[in-house]
Design a protein. Structure first.
Lengths: 360, 505
């Protein structure tokens, strides 16, 4: 019989190795899945991982990596702070939408004023939109002890309805011939989150993502607040003993994750997307949960995981168009990644041993 | 001579660092209510777990009606007619009484038959209970009835009851006693575990007293005074303290009329606690676990905030201050639970040193952490308190209980506290480490620190404390000088007799 034996202390080596092992296992079993679907597994895996980086059209795909990766990293960094402390914000998607609506709303309110302060105000509004949306579950949890998982998740659907409402009403383009969706912010220079270097994919959201990684790293490793966040996740009672004020921590963690998700939404709507429309959100807020765990809730890990996830997104799209793989197969492939990561994670704290069964 | 129902012969069970049971022998006769009496940690639970097949003895034998009896698991014990009612119930709130009982049975009969049986047994023994009620709606006393009826349906020969009255109101206690007397009259033996002396005197035919894992005496409770039993339980070999008559400083910690509800469901609320501790004084607080010790520590550490005036430090109200602010003033605490409360198990010793040391040891500047200083502090604790570990980067959980306890106590002691509150400072710690910890507490007091030591180890309290008080159901007895306190007085301060008087009011 195989038994799991708890290690006296977590294995450093395994905590670094598990993401790699998980990626390899995903390749193996994903390849198997593709083979069952009648595709050449080596070619499929190659398309997903190789094509976007080094393929013939990589000049187009590489900037896309930044565009897709930035919101994932930005959101995941925020989520990871809460996850570290055992505060589960599952509703980043909603906060992302609200950030986009608030940011775009401010921008459109100034239309067509050409002033330098329009974009900074949009940034603040976007962060505020995400923050206020996250404050709803935070306040309810602190005041009434509600479950933040459910409340934040439900608010995603409220935000989606709100998005549909403003796309068809409040923010609808008056010159849009009755089509749903706002004016395109890409053609309003003062509000456009343009590429900082043309053709690089590098926009302000990418900068914000990198800054957030550094910010989170310093917070978690060098600051008392970060220490208290980790302590709360590891041992809530010890955290209370150390002087942590749990309600304040809940407000902080949900607030930061909401604000960062809001920022991500705002940078997206003013840049790559350009338009507030019914189908504006594509699931970054949910995928960021995977990114956060894939990166082991560590800022640098999240940066790498965000890149990897963006790669599978773009590679997956290429595989869909070139090899005719169904979109669902790509999603399964991404799900496998999280599944294997969590499964192999066990090895950090446990070792597997063969043992004879013994009747107690 | 008749063959006893169950005969225990030289049962021994050792855990790392502690011998829970050391050659315990006694007999339980047919139709006898046999009391197992002892302080917490005396080894009562370990003993009954061996009888019920939950753990195996290291050595010694058990005979049931003269036949060797060695249950490998509780199911085997039940098959041999032994049933047990645990102190903490294992019931599913969402299911009804009959469903809960069926879950514990090997071959449950159809629900209708079972419900009828439950009704029959419950009425027979004066424990009215509706089999279709949801367990979540039942009171603690009624839940206990479910557990008892679950046992009675097996027709046990021996019923083990672990501290059954700890969750009951006085009225419920009387009903329970009627049931137990009826069971006895039908020939069922009962092994009754308790530390409430008056209860045992009313109910039990025979008592075995355990202290530190050893059988230290037997008596017929009805013919023995509560005082004598307390003495047996506590041990007459208490060392007299050698610290009496030292000059003490002004009052450092003043607790007046402290009443707080327990933060936990199974906790005990503190009721009107008064105490003062002077500089250089060690106040020992005894009492059986679960009588408000954790709550008292929480209220003093700042984890539970109270009315500002209820707790004063050097005359300054601190009841509303949180743990960090109190640490800044010099009020430090060390909780009982090492892993998860005093220390974070998966974090390194450096991080755990930071946990309480950041304020007084100056390990942060405007929120930013000084890791190298924290590491130095951790190394200092490890060195001064002889903590056996390869280094401060090791996780707290990798340390043995005694070593971690030395670390946790050392962390507070080295911060030069003005007031130090410790709960169970030597619980589960080997003798050498315990002596070192006590010495550190005494040294601290000699330097003028006011110390509150909450403990269930009376020997320890007698050894280090200048005055003594006992917690009983969240009330604290008036502290008295340890010098001149007799064993009987201590036993009565913390024991059942005092508690029962309160209950009868």
């Amino acid at each position: 019989m195989i038994v799991l034996e708890k290690r006296p202390q977590p294995s450093k080596a395994w905590s670094y190795a598990t993401p790699l092992v998980a990626v390899v296992a995903t390749m193996v079993f994903g390849g198997l899945l593709f083979a069952i679907l009648g595709k050449n597994p080596v070619e499929a895996i190659g398309t997903i991982f190789w094509e976007p980086l080094f393929g013939e059209f990589s000049f187009y795909y590489r900037p896309q990596l930044l565009v897709k990766g930035a919101p994932l990293v930005l959101i995941a960094i925020g989520l990871s702070l809460g996850f570290r402390a055992g505060i589960w914000n599952i509703g980043a998607e909603g906060q992302y939408i609200m950030g986009a609506i608030f940011g775009a709303g401010v921008g459109l309110a100034f239309y067509p004023l050409d002033a330098w302060y329009v974009f900074p105000l949009m940034v603040i509004a976007g962060a505020f939109g995400g923050w206020i949306w996250a404050m709803i579950p935070a306040f309810l949890k602190v005041r009434f002890g509600t479950n933040e998982i459910l409340v934040s998740l439900m608010l995603v659907y409220v935000a989606e309805q709100f998005l549909a409402s403003v796309s068809l009403g409040l923010l609808k383009n008056p010159e849009g011939f009755g089509f749903p969706g706002s004016r395109n912010l890409q053609s309003y220079d003062a509000a456009h989150n343009a590429e900082l270097i043309a053709g690089s994919g590098m926009h302000w959201g990418v900068v914000a993502a990198f800054v957030s990684v550094i910010f989170a790293y310093v917070l978690l490793n060098r600051h008392m607040l970060g220490f208290h966040i980790r302590l709360t996740g590891e041992a809530p009672r010890a955290a209370k003993f150390a002087g942590v004020n749990p309600p304040r921590l809940i407000l902080f963690c949900l607030g930061v994750s909401g604000a960062l998700a809001g920022l991500a939404g705002m940078f997206e709507v003013s840049g790559p997307s350009g338009v507030v429309s019914i189908d504006f959100n594509v699931g970054y807020g949910f995928t960021a949960i995977i990114v956060a765990f894939l990166g082991r809730l560590h800022p640098i890990g999240i940066l790498l995981a965000g890149g990897l996830m963006a790669l599978t997104y773009i590679g997956g799209e290429i595989a869909q168009s070139q090899l005719g793989l169904p979109a669902a197969a790509i999603q399964v492939f991404q799900g496998m990644l999280l599944f294997f990561l969590l499964a192999f994670d066990l090895l950090t704290n446990y070792r597997i041993r063969a043992a004879r069964s013994e009747v107690a | 001579m008749t063959i006893p129902l169950l005969s225990l012969q030289g049962l021994t069970k050792a855990y790392p660092g502690v011998v829970a049971n050391d050659h315990v022998s006694f007999d339980i006769g047919d139709g006898e209510v046999h009391a197992l009496l002892g302080e917490n940690g005396a080894g009562k639970s370990t003993l009954v777990k061996m009888i019920y097949g939950l753990i195996k003895p290291d050595s010694g034998t058990m005979l049931m009606r003269g036949q060797p009896y060695a249950p490998s698991e509780p199911r085997a014990a039940r098959a041999d007619g032994i049933a047990m009612v645990f102190q903490h119930f294992s019931l599913f709130d969402a299911l009804n009484v009959a469903e809960n009982i069926a879950l514990g049975m090997e071959n449950p009969p159809p629900m209708g038959d079972l419900a009828a049986r439950i009704r029959e047994v419950s009425e027979n023994y004066g424990l009215p209970l509706d089999p279709y009620r949801t367990v979540g709606d039942l009171s603690a006393g009624e839940r206990q009835r479910v557990e008892i009826i679950r046992c009675l349906l097996q027709d046990p020969k021996l019923l083990i009851m672990d501290e059954p009255t700890s969750v009951l109101t006085p009225q419920e206690v009387e009903i329970l006693f009627e049931t137990l007397k009826k069971l006895r009259s039908e020939g069922t033996s009962i092994l009754y575990i308790s530390h409430k002396l008056e209860e045992i005197r009313t109910l039990c035919d025979h008592a075995t007293i355990l202290r530190l894992g050893k059988n230290v005496g037997e008596c017929v409770p009805a013919e023995t005074s509560a005082r004598d039993m307390a003495e047996l339980m506590v041990g007459s070999a208490l060392q007299t303290p050698e610290r009496a008559g030292r000059a003490l400083g002004p009052v450092a910690l003043d607790v007046t009329g402290l009443s707080v509800p327990s933060p936990s469901e199974f906790g005990t609320a503190l009721k009107n606690v008064h105490l003062t501790v002077r500089k250089g004084e060690v106040l020992g607080i005894g009492g059986v676990a679960g009588n408000g010790q954790d709550e008292l520590l929480g209220a003093l550490s700042g984890e539970i905030t109270t009315a500002a005036d209820a707790i004063k430090f050097n005359g300054q109200p601190i009841g509303r201050l949180g743990p960090t602010a109190r640490r800044k003033l010099g009020v430090l605490t060390a909780p009982e639970e090492r892993l998860g409360h005093a220390a974070a198990p998966d974090m390194s010793l450096t991080e755990n040193a930071l946990l309480t040391g950041s304020v007084r040891e100056n390990l942060e500047t405007r929120g930013f952490l000084k890791w190298s200083d924290a590491r130095v502090f951790a190394e200092r604790i490890i060195k001064s308190f002889d903590v056996r570990t390869p280094g401060p980067e090791n996780a707290a959980r990798s340390l043995s209980g005694g070593n971690l306890q030395k670390f946790v106590i050392g962390r507070e002691v080295l911060q030069n506290p003005e007031v130090l509150v410790v709960n169970q400072p030597t619980w589960g710690v080997d003798a050498a480490a315990a002596a070192a910890i006590r010495q550190a507490i005494l040294d601290l007091a000699a330097q003028g620190t006011a110390v509150v030591c909450i403990s269930q180890d009376l020997d320890e309290l007698m050894e280090i404390s200048d005055s003594f008080a006992a917690l009983n159901e969240g009330r604290l007895s008036t502290p008295r000088p340890t010098a001149g306190l007799t064993v009987e007085e201590i036993g009565l301060m913390m024991g059942g007799a005092h508690g029962m008087e309160v209950a009868h009011v």
